[in-house]
Design a protein around this ligand. Structure first.
Ligand code: LLP
Length: 414
């Protein structure tokens, strides 16, 4: 991998492949993922920690195509999953179940029993389920618990998970109940977990939460790992302050080493990045269907919408959009909107290069929570996905057809 090329690469190409050529070959809208970018991010993260037993568990939910999971496996990344379906796809992608961390939220206990039978690492986040687990499995299956540290961190309110009103985790104020259950059922506590939210850059938050976790960890005798979840912020907009991974690595390595010394054992340190690994790797390519001047603005209508990329409407998130058919043209202001019969504004009065019908627009940072949150709203089909691996484009998901949309519908004749 040539990391210089990666940083300098022209925004209209990936690994030497013109993005517009991909639209000619595979049509649009189209999701494209650059594997070099994933590997670069992974190596940067791991390389920032020194003398630490670090394990990366990719947050599958960010982008769950089986070929992406196979690629993660190939380069040595483990998995974090949140559903039995993601777990089964992970196993199908070649992972040993025990390398997969399963962190459910409010699922049926029957699903948890199935996960245990498959052998994944189990992370529970409610006291009633720790009790059920203890009664049924005692010390026979190792357990991790997710802690809610009552710390407010994360980008949009919808993606904050560590505050007191969040449904996630066992409150740090209720841990006495966990300690008695662990005692009562001789539960084998393998790890503790925390994930305070997505999209926060502040390293002090990580360090503060780490101190809380170290205190909790001292109450369990035989832990094997501490899992700090994720939340690493990536730049969506020029000037966005990303999490400084090098600084995080050096500060966390030192604080974790100090903890391990106090604990009397060298534990593993786990992280579960989603956005950090795949956000920058992904592009959504769409074409302008109409240029529509109105008294308020000039709209660029696209052959995609919130059904394919919901982040701007769901979290008011910013995605850079480039006209890759005319990257050097004169600039003017446009509002970029989708084809869904609902307000689906991707950008309002954004300065962009001159755009004509048929031009290809590339949404950047579309790798994480892009395709994985897509839907068939308005009965629209979902795009194809292409992976760029070793300078070659490989189709990893076919474009849907109307038959796919109708597949499970049952037609009644009246
Ligand atoms: N671990 C756990 C337990 C999580 O719940 C999440 C994300 C992650 C790791 C990965 O977080 P990340 O590295 O991607 O920030 N759809 C939203 C983000 C939702 C995140 C849900 N949990 C978005 O598009 O911004």
């Amino acid at each position: 991998m040539n990391t210089n090329t990666l940083q300098l690469q022209n925004e209209t190409e990936v690994q030497g492949i013109q993005l517009t050529d991909l639209v000619k070959e595979y049509g649009s809208p189209l999701y494209v993922y650059d594997t070099e970018s994933i590997e670069y991010q992974y190596k940067k993260l791991v390389g920032s920690f020194n003398d630490t037993n670090i394990r990366i568990k990719y947050a599958t939910k960010a982008l769950s195509n089986i070929s992406i999971l196979k690629y993660m496996n190939k380069i040595g990344i483990g998995l974090d999953v949140v559903s039995i379906e993601e777990l089964k796809i992970g196993i199908k992608a070649g992972y040993a179940a025990k390398e997969i961390m399963y962190t459910p939220s409010c699922v049926d206990f029957l699903e948890i029993e199935e996960v245990i039978s498959l052998g994944a690492t189990l992370n529970l986040d409610s006291i009633p389920f720790v009790e059920k687990f203890g009664m049924k499995y005692g010390s026979s299956v190792p357990l991790c618990i997710r802690i809610n540290p009552h710390v407010e961190a994360g980008g949009n309110h919808k993606i904050k998970t560590g505050h007191i009103e969040s449904k996630f985790g066992i409150s740090i104020d209720q841990l006495d109940q966990v300690y008695s259950l662990v005692d009562k059922y001789k539960i084998d506590m393998a790890g503790i977990h925390v994930h305070t939210g997505s999209d926060f850059g502040d390293i002090d938050v990580f360090l503060k939460v780490a101190e809380l976790m170290y205190e909790v960890a001292m109450n369990f005798k035989n832990l094997r790992f501490l899992d700090f979840g994720s939340g690493f912020k990536v730049a969506y907009k020029k000037g966005d302050k990303e999490t400084n991974i090098e600084e995080l690595g050096s500060k966390m390595s030192a604080s974790f080493a100090g903890f391990c010394k106090r604990y009397g054992k060298k534990l593993e340190l786990w992280f579960e990045p989603g956005k950090y690994l795949v956000s920058k790797s992904g592009y959504l390519l769409a074409q302008a269907t109409v240029i529509k001047p109105t008294p308020a603005t000039t709209f660029i209508g696209l052959n995609t919408g919130l059904n394919h990329l919901i982040r701007p409407m769901m979290y008011e998130s910013y995605h850079e959009i480039i006209n890759i058919s005319n990257p050097e043209g004169p600039k003017q202001k446009y509002s970029v909107v989708g084809y869904i019969c609902e307000t689906d504004t991707f950008a309002w009065e954004r300065e962009m290069t001159e755009t004509k019908e048929g031009d290809v627009l590339a949404f950047k940072n579309a790798g994480a929570y892009g395709f994985s949150m897509s839907s068939n709203y308005n009965s629209r089909i979902r795009p194809a996905e292409v992976m760029i691996y070793k300078g070659k484009a490989v189709l990893i998901r076919k474009r849907e057809t109307l038959e796919d949309v109708l597949k499970n519908q049952i037609e009644i004749n009246f």
